[in-house]
Write a protein that binds this ligand. Structure first.
Ligand SMILES: *Cc1c(COP(=O)(O)O)cnc(C)c1O
Length: 399
């Protein structure tokens, strides 16, 4: 599985041999009644293209929650990153990013002609290693991408200061981070541009979906042009110009109003969604404390000041062999435990569009040992107990 963002072993999702317990998938989207009501209403209004009423309402609600000057909905986080890349980069510019991330982070910048410079992660948080970033800066560095893994904030102060020193733009890949903050300030508001994902595997979802958060208002007009196929149609709609035309490179990055309608219902519930996910996360964390003390697994580290959103619960097993038997055991019991991130620096496209800077040892080590456990609103406490029991048995058996 070289291109997958994650995966389970072959038996994932199959129920166990006695066929009793239902499967506990890794993700399952919880849809409530307002999603249906808003989508129906959007259809009845009849303006289902981009830039409709629900798009405006959803963008405003997200902007208000983040206290960000402007938010543009996109059809994915990857699309939001593509806009960010087109706004900040020229072909040949270098972008520093972690190798331990989803392919969407990398492909967005490579498509804009950037040279990718992959760096290692911090073994505690699994976020980009700021010393590796500082060492990777060259005269051609134009952007630095901060991926907040599992909704846990990167070392933003250090990254901001490295970016300023390099005259590079800091861009937050906040795909995991909606509902998370640092020192009380929402992630996605620490850099001039940030990208959020509303993919079905994320906390809040419209199936596919994303948003570009514009924290530097000077970038707003060009961002709207790039989102709308490179045209200045937005200014035309606001009666600022008499006709619109093609002014720069862009694409069709905006979602239909139906997507925005479904998303609005989810955004309205984000505090509740985050609270439920945090409860599941805390319960896993307490349950695996003895295993950590016994040296059977390492639990996530959340640095002081970071308020995460319960996006991912993971464990680090002692080695790759024990990870494999652990996943096989859980998957055989119908539990959708999975690995995460095949490193990008050694992937076929990573080799073509990028280079590694410094050692990537931590990335390779972590990618071989990490397991994620089911965490979503469609699971019950009883389901979670099954996951915990199966995991503790598998950890004991693998030792
Ligand atoms: C999910 C994800 C993306 C891509 O999001 P899409 O909305 O699926 O394009 C980018 N970066 C990270 C870290 C992700 O987890």
């Amino acid at each position: 599985m070289t291109v997958a963002r994650s995966g389970t072993t072959k038996n994932a999702g199959a129920s166990d041999k006695d066929g009793q317990a239902p499967p506990v998938p890794l993700h399952k989207t919880h849809i409530d009644s307002n999603e249906h009501a808003y989508v129906r209403d959007a259809m009845q209004r009849g303006r289902v293209g981009a830039y409709g009423d629900y798009t405006a309402r959803t963008e405003q609600l997200i902007a208000r929650r983040l206290a960000a000057p402007r938010v543009l909905l996109t059809h994915s986080c990857t699309a939001a990153l593509e806009i960010a890349a087109l706004l900040t980069l020229q072909p040949g510019d270098e972008v520093i990013l972690p190798s331990f991330t989803f392919a969407g982070t990398a492909t967005a910048f490579a498509r804009a002609g950037a040279q990718l410079v992959f760096v290692d992660i911090d073994p505690a948080t699994l976020n980009i290693d700021v010393r590796a970033v500082a060492a990777a800066v060259t005269g051609r560095t134009r952007a630095i991408v901060a991926v907040h893994y599992a909704g846990v904030a990167c070392d933003l102060a250090a990254l901001k200061s490295i970016a300023a020193g390099a005259s590079a733009v800091l861009i937050e890949d906040a795909a995991h981070s909606f509902g998370a903050s640092f020192d009380g300030r929402p992630l996605g508001t620490f850099a001039p541009l940030a990208a959020v994902s509303f993919h079905e595997t994320k906390n809040v979802t419209s199936g596919e979906g994303g948003a570009l958060v514009i924290n530097d208002p000077a970038l707003t007009m060009r961002a709207q042009i790039v989102r709308d196929r490179g045209t200045n149609r937005d200014q035309f709609f606001r009666n600022e110009i008499d006709s619109y035309t093609w002014v720069e490179l862009g694409s069709a990055f905006a979602p239909s109003d139906l997507i925005a309608a479904a998303l609005l219902a989810q955004i309205e519930r984000v505090d509740e969604i985050t609270a439920v996910r945090r409860r599941f996360w805390d319960r896993y964390h307490a349950a695996f404390s003895p295993a950590e003390r016994a040296g059977l697994a390492r639990r996530p580290v959340v640095p002081a000041g970071a308020q995460h959103n319960g996006h991912i619960y993971y464990l680090l097993l002692p080695d790759a062999a024990r990870r494999r038997t652990f996943l096989e055991s859980l998957n055989r019991q119908g539990i959708g435990a999975a690995f995460h991130y095949v490193p990008l620096h050694s992937s076929p496209a990573g080799l073509r569009y990028g280079r590694a800077s410094g050692s990537l040892d931590t990335t390779e080590d972590i990618a071989a040992r990490l397991v994620r456990l089911p965490l979503h609103l469609e699971m019950s406490e009883h389901d979670q107990s099954r996951v915990i029991d199966a995991a503790i048995r598998a950890l004991g058996a693998a030792s």
